[in-house]
Write a protein that binds this ligand. Structure first.
Ligand code: ADP
Length: 230
């Protein structure tokens, strides 16, 4: 699903955010990405979603080499990817229903009955059926994050990318949200989660990719991959 081969990303400022990073994540796998602030975690996610392009090396997502993807093809790539953020990025003045429906509208689904069916199915999966008419501010932080997850899965993406999805949650809610990601993974969705919370992620039996100053240091369990940079 995700394959990085000798990927380096240097920003226009000269900052090298990723240095010769190689790894792959198979379809249906779940993995965590950890590392200190500034290690390059968000940059790695942005390369997968084609928000940034690598300076050198190759990124392949769901069989597509992103070096060859044209700007007009990027929205189709993004529809295969659900993204979840620490601050969930919900639209405050829109209802839960409208927030979750947004990716469907952007994708061009204009059938109200089908939209409602899919939104309710996504809200059901995160345990929030019945909250669809509420505004995000009326929900707890854990519920807001679950709305963000419903929005990310409403299009049935093959891949979920989450950037510190539990960063603002207390330990019980964080474990609950991680459990939701596991449920999506168990039905075949590939999941990559950025997290600082080593205590939490080590409780799961998933691979941990560790970035330090733009270099991929280690992960477990081992799979085929190029050696990390020195
Ligand atoms: P992390 O998500 O691990 O905190 P980032 O990927 O955000 O790390 O950043 C990695 C490095 O790249 C940092 O030194 C950061 O300052 C730099 N960086 C990130 N985005 C940009 C950008 N748009 N322009 C210049 N430098 C950037």
């Amino acid at each position: 699903m995700i394959q990085f081969t000798n990927v380096t990303k240097r920003y226009a400022s000269g900052q090298e955010a990723l240095s010769n990073v190689s790894f792959d994540i198979a379809t249906g796998d779940m993995a965590f990405l950890t590392g200190h602030s500034g290690a390059g975690k968000s940059t790695l996610l942005k390369l997968i979603a084609c928000i940034e392009r690598p300076t050198s090396g190759q990124v392949v997502v769901n069989g597509r080499n992103l070096a060859h993807i044209k700007r007009a093809q990027v929205p189709a790539l993004r529809r295969q990817i659900g993204m979840i953020f620490q601050d969930h990025k919900l639209i405050a003045e829109r209802t839960v229903f409208d927030n979750v429906a947004l990716p469907l509208i952007i994708a061009g689904l204009h059938n109200a009955v089908e939209t409602a069916r899919r939104v309710r199915a996504a809200l059901d999966k995160v345990g929030l059926l019945g909250k669809e008419k509420q505004l995000p501010v009326m929900l707890s932080s854990g519920e807001q994050q679950r709305v963000g997850i419903a929005r990310a899965v409403v299009n049935k993406p093959a891949l979920l990318l989450a950037d510190e999805p539990t960063g603002n949650l207390d330990p019980d809610l964080a474990a609950e949200v991680m459990g939701l990601f596991e449920q999506f993974n168990q039905v075949g969705v590939t999941v990559l989660i950025v997290s600082h919370n080593l205590g939490l992620i080590s409780r799961f039996q998933h691979r941990i990719l560790n970035l330090e100053k733009g270099c991929l240091l280690s992960h477990a369990p081992l799979i085929h991959e190029a050696p990390p940079c020195a």
